[in-house]
Design a protein around this ligand. Structure first.
Ligand code: FES
Length: 105
C-alpha cells in the first residue's frame, strides 16, 4: 500500500509501505521531515501527530484511550482527523492514504 505525506510547506512525498508498518515508521525510515517520533512509537510523546485525509479516517482505525489523552497534549491544534501516526498500521484498505504532518510536534 502507498502512503502520501504532505508537509506543512506543501511538499508531498509518496512512499510504498508494507502491511503492518506504522505510518510513523515509514516516514522516519525514509527521512520524511516533520515527524519527530521521540518515543519511537510507544504512544507516549505525541510528536508524530498527523491529520488524516477524511476519506481514510474510518480505515485508520479506532483511537485508543491512551492516544486520545496524548492527542489532547499535542503541540499543534487537535482536529477531528488528528491521529498519532505510530498508531496507524498500513493495510490494503489504507492504500492511497494521505496524511498532513502537523506543523508543530
Ligand atoms: Fe511517540 Fe507516536 S512516536 S506517540
Amino acid at each position: 500500500p502507498n502512503v502520501t505525506y504532505i508537509s506543512p510547506d506543501g511538499t508531498e512525498t509518496t512512499l510504498e509501505a508494507r502491511d503492518g508498518d506504522s505510518v510513523m515508521e515509514i516516514a522516519v525510515k525514509n527521512g520524511v521531515k516533520g515527524i519527530v517520533a521521540e518515543c519511537g512509537g510507544a504512544c507516549s510523546c505525541a510528536t508524530c501527530h498527523v491529520y488524516v485525509d477524511e476519506a481514510f479516517v474510518g480505515a485508520a482505525g479506532e483511537v485508543s484511550d491512551l492516544e486520545d489523552d496524548m492527542l489532547d497534549g499535542a503541540e499543534s491544534e487537535r482536529l477531528p482527523v488528528s491521529r498519532l501516526s505510530c498508531q496507524i498500521k498500513m493495510c490494503a484498505e489504507l492504500d492511497g492514504l494521505k496524511v498532513r504532518i502537523a506543523p508543530k510536534q
